[in-house]
Design a protein. Structure first.
Length: 273
């Protein structure tokens, strides 16, 4: 009698264990099949794409990363944004990225010439504007006023793409030499220029037109550059020459160049090259 009872309890225990194991397997299968928010698959075995992007691209690339990851075959994209010259230096010093999106060709050439990246592709363009604080303490009415003695002008540094483009625009206006003495600071990226003007720490600055979509846009006054000084900034993107995620990286580049990608860039004020 006791043996039969023991045998019965043993069988019940084995059945319960089997059911629990099956239920755990079903739960695991359901969890693995559950999509991420936005419709993206889990892609648990797929490492994210790391993109080094120019500071002026941060907002649009954050949105592009979200849209790309939400695709049925999407991959997570991690954006690291800073001045293009800073990113190029970091890459030369050993930082790793699958893609580098630079605000000019020169910074991309720095990493491509030593074999770290393959040839790049132009994917967007930008233009420049003069900005002043809303109360316009320097009484800047036209870009030529930037040459007025004593005017506090802030630019991105000469090795920063935005700074190089700004200096080219000033040369086309014929006032590059005159404004040199009035410059109060050189910033490491174009966001720093906009911030100093918005805070009233400078009378004027030169930034990208796309910066006017930022939170600081309502705190500055805009003055367009004449056609003769309309310098077009061209953005380039290139893939690392030794990334194991080349297929996914190329997919992100292709998406940027697609109709959907170009439409998103246009929404943020960028033009096609």
């Amino acid at each position: 009698m006791d043996c039969r009872r023991w045998f019965f309890l043993l069988c019940m225990g084995l059945c319960a264990t089997g059911i629990a194991a099956c239920e755990t397997g079903d739960q695991r299968a359901r969890r693995d099949a559950t999509p991420l928010a936005g419709g993206a698959s889990t892609n648990r075995n797929r490492a994210p794409i790391v993109v080094f992007a120019a500071a002026s691209l941060e907002a649009v690339f954050d949105e592009a990363a979200s849209r790309f990851a939400a695709r049925p075959d999407g991959t997570e994209v991690v954006i690291h944004a800073a001045g293009s010259q800073i990113l190029a230096t970091q890459l030369l010093e050993g930082a790793r990225a699958d893609l580098f999106a630079s605000a000019d060709a020169h910074q991309l050439d720095r990493v491509r010439d030593v074999g770290l990246f393959v040839a790049g592709t132009p994917f967007a363009t930008n233009s420049l504007v003069v900005v002043t604080p809303l109360d316009n303490p320097g009484h800047v009415q036209t870009p030529i006023d930037l040459a007025r003695p004593g005017l506090r002008l802030v630019l991105a540094g000469p090795d920063v793409p935005a700074g190089a483009y700004a200096r080219e625009a000033l040369q086309r206006l014929g006032i590059a030499g005159a404004v040199d003495a009035g410059r109060v600071s050189e910033e490491s990226d174009v966001r720093g220029v906009l911030a100093k003007v918005a805070l009233g720490e400078a009378d004027a600055g030169i930034v990208y037109r796309t910066d006017l979509g930022s939170a600081l846009a309502d705190t500055v006054r805009t003055i367009p550059l004449p056609a003769a000084a309309d310098v077009r900034a061209t953005y380039w993107i290139a893939r690392s020459s030794d990334t194991p995620r080349s297929v996914a990286a190329d997919g992100f580049t292709a998406w940027l160049l697609s109709t959907e990608g170009r439409s998103l860039l246009a929404e943020h004020g960028f033009s096609s090259p």
